[in-house]
Design a protein around this ligand. Structure first.
Ligand SMILES: [Cu+2]
Length: 191
């Protein structure tokens, strides 16, 4: 278990543009994840843990960036952190817990950077790119209570390309905002 956490901590350092390397604070958040669920609550086929709070905060963030509103994006970043604190990890099944553990440090790190960088929208967008990949993995493991789409922009980050999660079919690009609002396409429908 420890080695898995370490590996993801290292990946987080490698992926995050301005990571200070301080993983102590995010490490504390993992304690609840390690709790062994009692036999009665495991192996349920319907997910008892909802990621809806995180998804809704993410969509707020995505729409703020699409509207070039850096301050609102910072607020949404804080909402993602709040939603993470409110996650009930004890009701997750084995595969959900694994998926959550794999991304939670990274998700938290990116949400923190977005929340503390109001006024630096390009910096927020860099973290949003990484955060979108985390959220995609989370939706794959937990499902969502509404139809969602994986959109893709080939122009983002000097044409490296990047995805985002969308609640509507209409493309409103969060990486470019008003500069290039229609750039991108639906790649996948998430159910
Ligand atoms: Cu940053």
């Amino acid at each position: 278990m420890k080695s898995i956490i370490t590996v993801f901590a290292l990946i987080t350092i490698a992926n995050t543009s301005c990571n200070t390397g301080n993983n102590e604070k995010s490490g504390g958040n993992m304690q609840g994840v390690d709790t062994i669920a009692p036999p009665t609550s495991r192996a349920t086929t319907t997910a008892k843990t909802s990621i809806n709070g995180i998804v809704d905060a993410y969509l707020h963030l995505k729409n703020a960036l699409a509207s070039d509103n850096s301050k609102d994006a910072a607020t949404a970043g804080s909402e993602i952190l709040t939603a993470m604190y409110n996650m009930d990890t004890t009701l997750m099944d084995v595969s959900q817990r694994k998926a959550y553990m794999a991304i939670s440090d990274d998700l938290k790190e990116n949400a923190e950077h977005i929340s503390t960088n109001a006024g630096k929208i390009e910096h927020q967008r860099e973290h949003f790119g990484m955060l979108s990949t985390d959220l995609y993995d989370l939706i794959k493991a937990f499902g969502a209570d509404k139809p969602l789409f994986k959109d893709y922009c080939p122009m983002a980050f000097d044409k490296k390309g990047a995805i985002w999660i969308n609640e509507v079919k209409e493309i409103k690009n969060p990486y470019f905002g008003s500069e290039m609002p229609k750039c991108g396409e639906i790649k996948e429908e998430l159910k």
